[in-house]
Design a protein around this ligand. Structure first.
Ligand SMILES: Cc1cc2nc3c(=O)[nH]c(=O)nc-3n(C[C@H](O)[C@H](O)[C@H](O)COP(=O)(O)OP(=O)(O)OC[C@H]3O[C@@H](n4cnc5c(N)ncnc54)[C@H](O)[C@@H]3O)c2cc1C
Length: 305
């Protein structure tokens, strides 16, 4: 079926593509095939054909919140980072394609004299991934700026969702696991003083550099913030900082990050996640919930979120 899809798409698929090349963790077995559409037309055509051929599709942005299992991903992976990355600014309103990086978008907005996305300048994902996850940091989140989202159904038809319909919550939105593909996002920002906004971005990035293990591959915070606590201190208090399984390590810099110190496998990371969750529950009675999305094959069902 994938060969037929490749024929219909004029030979643009990459077969057996290691997902470790497309995730910030640098972990992940092969996707049967990977496709980076050059434009909306190609994306729509691809979805129409995959639907017709019954090929399962997984869409990813920049792979910065993903743990792809060692068995890889069956079917087609569509990667949107590096494509669909246009930005239109008119007054306080910004529309952008879901493939644009949040950092690029935040800086472009500030250059145009618009603030509100400074919090996102250090988040290494795309606008699409940011909206799906309702990404946030330092008191800001995507929900504060998004007014609507245009998406594609698996059949390739477009549909629009208001911010209310997105039901944004802490690191969640109604579009997670919905089978819809986020395509473009409309946002409303506020006039800002360019120099002041740039100073805010510099300050937030310095804080990240000081507190996060940015020199090693990771997928950011592994666990969501439990109500009334912070995951990092709970993990540290349980004595888990620096613990390793294989080449996966609970970061010595920030305990809510798991870092890949060499050739970690997804199985290493999943075993470490399970150990951290169990130990923290035993020590403090708090059940940690995963923020990182686990996808692909060869994982225990219970680890999937
Ligand atoms: C060093 C580091 C720091 C981080 N700091 C933060 C932080 O401060 N705050 C924060 O919230 N996150 C943070 N993250 C996590 C991550 O960057 C965010 O969750 C980001 O929004 C994910 O975007 P992405 O494009 O990489 O999505 P991916 O990881 O590629 O995908 C995430 C999920 O969204 C889905 N998805 C992606 N794009 C689309 C689309 N267009 N349509 C439908 N579904 C889609 C995927 O299928 C997957 O389920 C950090 C990660 C790292 C590595």
């Amino acid at each position: 079926m994938l060969q037929e899809l490749n024929r219909r798409l004029s030979g643009v698929l990459r077969f057996n593509e290691p997902m470790s090349r497309h995730t910030s963790f640098r972990i992940g077995g092969p996707a049967d095939a990977l496709f980076v559409p050059r434009d909306l037309g190609e994306l729509k055509k691809c979805l129409k054909e995959t639907h017709e051929l019954g090929i399962p599709v997984t869409v990813i942005g920049n792979g910065s919140n993903l743990l792809v299992c060692d068995g890889g991903i069956r079917g087609l992976v569509i990667k949107l980072s590096g494509t669909l990355d246009w930005i239109h600014i008119s007054g306080n309103r910004v529309r952008a394609g879901c493939g644009v990086l949040l950092s690029t978008l935040a800086y472009k907005a500030v250059e145009a004299g618009l603030g509100g996305l400074e919090f996102a300048a250090g988040i290494p994902g795309t606008l699409g991934g940011g909206v799906i996850m309702n990404a946030g940091a330092y008191g800001g989140e995507m929900k504060d700026v998004v007014t609507s989202v245009r998406a594609l159904r698996p059949t390739g038809e477009e549909c629009d969702f208001s911010a209310a319909e997105m039901s944004f919550g802490y690191r969640r939105s109604s579009m997670q696991n919905s089978g819809l593909y986020a395509l473009e996002v409309a946002m409303e920002l506020q006039p800002t003083n360019k120099e002041e906004s740039l100073a805010v971005i510099r300050d937030l990035n310095d804080r990240r550099k000081a507190k996060q293990p940015l020199a090693l591959p990771s997928a950011g915070s592994v666990f969501k913030r439990p109500e009334g606590y912070y995951a990092g201190p709970l993990i540290e208090k349980a004595g888990l900082k620096g613990l390793r399984i294989g080449d996966a390590e609970v970061s010595t810099v920030h305990a809510n990050f798991i870092v890949n110190v060499g050739n970690a496998t997804a199985a290493d990371v999943l075993a470490l996640i399970a150990h951290v969750r169990d130990t923290v529950y035993r020590e403090s009675g708090v059940m940690l919930e995963q923020e990182v999305k686990v996808i692909g094959e060869q994982c225990e069902e219970e680890y999937h979120v």
